[in-house]
Design a binder for this molecule. Structure first.
Ligand SMILES: [Zn+2]
Length: 281
């Protein structure tokens, strides 16, 4: 098998989105300690582990607490129900999310997500997706916590719902992050106006992708965070291999190239932005 390339410079990175509990890691015989060891070697000192269901919320929180500080990597978690899983959302799910959000500080929970709409896969009925998205937006406002927004092929409806919350004053000043941004330049600009951060990952490095570099170029520095979305969307030059947080350096390198700064500068800014987004020191 092809060996991955690793970053070996001195910059420090915050991978703001990595599903390091994913079963794909087990099938590759990669354990969490190995992943964190490679994080340390590549300068990744903070990672947020996002959830997509009640089950992965439990796992993300457990992992963030169990492995926090291992290999010098600070871990955080999110809890929430992804649009794919919207059909599983019940009053009990909401009760569970509330219990997490009430003890969010002690449990290292720093965001509510992934939440949003996905009309590409349509794994839950669209009306159910919209309803569950809105219910979790209410929770985010009530508990004053940023969201991790997942949106695919549903920009119109997604913006409609967000605009309604924004108009009614029920979005935080920093509502959250548009993770793995794949929307148009126009839509990204509207999200930025509402206060969102924009998250960039592997697709920014893909040669055939013209849209995302354009969005990155037009996103102000103070709204950019970087992420891997591990284990998927591996950036170049490791595309085709399993994705790990240590590869976030290549997303940062591409971002630096697009914006005309050094990787060290881009790393520092996005690191500080990650901390501001998730309210950590
Ligand atoms: Zn994700």
């Amino acid at each position: 098998m092809r060996e991955p390339v690793y970053y070996s410079g001195s910059a420090q990175f915050f991978d703001t989105h990595a599903h390091i509990y994913d079963r794909r890691f087990e099938t590759c015989n990669t354990n969490t300690e190995d992943i964190l060891q490679r994080c340390r070697a590549s300068g990744v000192t903070s990672v947020l582990i996002p959830a997509d269901s009640e089950e992965t919320s439990r796992i993300a929180v457990e992992m963030a607490n169990k492995y926090d500080g291992c290999e010098g990597v600070t871990l955080y978690a999110s809890v929430g129900v992804h649009p794919h899983e919207a059909k599983t959302y019940t009053d009990d799910t909401e009760k569970y999310l509330r219990s997490c959000l009430e003890s969010r500080k002690e449990q290292k929970i720093r965001a509510l997500g992934e939440i949003g709409l996905d009309y590409y896969y349509d794994l839950s009925e669209r009306s159910v997706q919209r309803d569950v998205f809105a219910r979790q937006l209410e929770l985010a406002y009530e508990y004053d916590i940023p969201i991790i927004l997942h949106e695919r092929d549903a920009t119109g409806d997604c913006l409609d719902i967000l605009r309604r919350f924004y108009r009614e004053g029920r979005l935080r000043g920093v509502p959250g992050v548009c993770h793995c941004c794949s929307c148009s330049l126009e839509a990204s600009q509207e999200l930025i106006k509402m206060g969102f951060y924009i998250g960039f990952d592997g697709p920014l490095t893909f040669k055939n992708n013209k849209k995302t570099p354009e969005v990155a170029l037009n996103t102000p520095w103070d709204r950019i965070v970087i992420e891997t979305d591990s284990p998927y969307l591996t950036p170049e030059p490791n595309r085709g291999l399993i994705n790990e947080p240590c590869h976030v350096a290549f997303v940062c390198a591409r971002l630096a190239e697009i914006k005309g700064v050094t990787i060290d500068e881009a790393a520092q800014i996005t690191y500080d932005n990650g901390k501001k987004l998730y309210g950590v020191n």
